[in-house]
Ligand binder design. Structure first.
Ligand SMILES: CC(=O)N[C@H]1[C@@H](OP(=O)(O)O)O[C@H](CO)[C@@H](O)[C@@H]1O
Ligand SMILES: [Mg+2]
Length: 541
């Protein structure tokens, strides 16, 4: 009996019988060495997803973001650049866990359940970051796609946000609808550069002394370094930028990159830091960014996702007022439990905007941000963006038609601001341009930006436990419902500390439980963090 194409291909990518996989916050992520059967099966799922959507293009990205170089991962992107819908996360988990001999049957079951027309030709874009394990994993993914007769578009090495952009614009091109931008890598850079150069020109107008700011970008030795370097010549009149940690020497994310800088609260290696200089770190797939600087005593200062969100919100409010359209436009800034307490306070008390708390994972933040005309959302680690409602865009466009001399420039600034933002997904490069444009408008250095509010000392810790599933949360992950009795113990510790806050949640991307603590002083913060870590160990048994 001859084997079906799926069975024949799956024999080349056997799943170890006992292996269990789960599509988590960031897709599948693990040691690259054990990923082959997973990516092959994700190829099958992506092809099926495209068929279920009538042949629309689905994106697949091979990356493990900020995790160490030997790790890798894979995630599926919806046609308009959104994260995979929850129903299909479960289907992806189901297919990756099917026994080797059951794959055909499982696919047929799913097709029958969802009434998928198996004659449709699937179309799937494939991209990867710079990890050495990437090419072999792409080959396995493509093997899965081909087993279901998919048309494969190999986009090579891209940042995660570029893959989202390309997926969206290729679909728009296919459907002959309005293009978010030209459906090429060049189109991506042109769109961002064009909007950014206009914003800087506006910020510089009337100021003969305007000089482009100098910025040094830590590329985490990853894909963002090359991507940002491609952009530099296109924005050279607006920003004097250089890239360090470009992958020519160190390992990916090793003592550098946005996650290292945020979690360790220290300078990345490979960067010569001068007091007064301006620095930013990207993560390994360039969807996160944090800024940092040294003061006159060479002390480290971090400007994280919370600082970026507050900067963006304050600027947008200012421009809306100058454009005469603040009335009737709702603004919200969505955060997670990891947001510094001072940032939430600043948003609610100083800027007067709602700052709801969502569960960790940008898809949760994105969802909540849809409730506003301008939805700013950032995780504290620097992953986020700004999204705009149709109403907001209509108000803007209508305003531009009838603008008078005093409001026109502010309206145009807002329009260019919308264009510099990657609304499909958090994008380090687009966020960097947004920050630089705002700083140019404000004539701010990093310490002036930082002075808007003072972060409470904070600490993130992780604890390895026998079974992290024991830890369950509610209230946007700020309280534990299990293990029984543990939240009451945390509450007691927190109550004893001025401005204390602490919470515990299981990671969705690593086999650890995370602990967060903040308090009025560094000593209190560290002591609170350690006390909660001890509780985790005690209750994990
Ligand atoms: C505290 C923290 O930074 N957690 C990160 C991390 O999730 P965990 O579920 O905490 O492992 O990876 C996610 C995916 O990149 C990101 O969305 C999230 O913010
Ligand atoms: Mg990332």
């Amino acid at each position: 009996m001859s084997l079906s194409p799926v069975a024949a291909a799956s024999a080349r990518h056997p799943k170890p019988e006992t292996a269990v996989f789960e599509y988590g916050t960031a897709g599948f992520r693990m040691k690259a060495a054990i990923m082959d059967p997973v990516v092959f099966r994700v190829g099958l799922v992506a092809a099926l997803r495209s068929r279920a959507l009538g042949g629309k293009i689905v994106g697949t990205m091979i990356t493990a973001s900020h995790n160490p170089e030997p790790d890798n991962g894979v995630k599926i992107v919806e046609p308009l650049g959104e994260m995979l819908v929850p129903q299909w996360e479960s289907l992806a988990t189901r297919v990756t866990n099917a026994a080797n001999g059951d794959l055909d049957a499982v696919l047929a079951q799913i097709a029958a359940e969802l009434k998928i027309d198996m004659n449709i030709v699937p179309r799937v874009i494939v991209a990867r970051d710079t990890r050495p394990s990437g090419p072999a994993l792409v080959a396995s993914l493509v093997d899965g796609l081909r087993a279901l007769n998919a048309e494969v578009i190999d986009a090579g090495v891209l940042t995660t946000p570029q893959l989202h952009y390309l997926t969206r614009t290729r679909n728009e091109q296919l459907a002959n609808t309005h293009l978010y931008g030209q459906p090429t890598e060049d189109g991506y850079f042109d769109k961002l550069a064009h909007a950014f150069n206009k914003l800087i020109a506006s910020a510089a107008s009337g100021n003969p002394d305007f000089k482009p700011a100098s910025l040094s970008v830590d590329g985490a030795n990853g894909v963002g370094a090359g991507a940002f370097r491609t952009l530099i010549p296109r924005i050279s009149s607006s920003l004097a930028a250089e890239v360090v940690n470009d992958g020519s020497a160190g390992a990916l994310n090793d003592k550098c990159g946005a996650d290292f800088v945020k979690v360790q609260q220290t300078f990345p290696s490979g960067v010569t830091v001068r007091p007064g200089g301006r620095y930013a770190s990207l993560d390994g797939d360039a969807d996160r960014i944090v800024y940092f600087y040294a003061d006159q005593e060479s002390k480290f200062h971090l400007l994280d996702g919370d600082k970026i969100a507050t900067l963006a919100a304050a600027f947008l409010i200012d421009r809306l007022e100058a454009a005469g359209i603040r009335q009737g436009i709702t603004i919200g800034v969505v955060q997670t439990a990891y947001a510094n307490g001072s940032s939430t306070q600043y948003l609610e008390k100083v800027l007067g905007v709602p700052a709801p708390c969502a569960k960790t994972g940008v898809k949760h933040l994105h969802h909540e941000a849809l409730a506003y005309d301008i939805g700013v959302y950032f995780e504290a680690n620097g992953h986020g963006t700004v999204i705009f409602s149709d109403h907001m865009i209509q108000v803007l466009d209508a305003g531009l038609v009838s603008a008078n001399a005093s409001t026109r420039q502010a309206l145009q600034d807002l329009r260019n601001f919308v264009d510099v933002i990657n609304v499909t997904v958090g994008d380090a490069i687009s966020d960097l341009l947004m920050v630089e444009a705002i700083l140019a408008f404000k004539h701010w250095s990093l310490d002036q930006w930082d002075a808007q509010y003072t972060d409470l000392p904070n600490k993130q810790l992780k604890v390895e436990v026998p079974n992290r599933a024991l830890f369950q949360t509610t209230n946007a992950e700020r309280e534990l419902t299990s293990p029984a009795g543990m939240q009451a113990e945390i509450n007691k510790l927190v109550a004893a500390v001025p401005k204390g806050r602490s919470f515990v949640r299981p990671s969705g991307t690593e086999d650890v439980v995370r602990v967060y603590a903040e308090a009025e002083t560094r000593e209190q913060t560290d002591a609170l963090g350690q006390a909660v870590v001890a509780l985790v160990r005690q209750f994990a048994k």
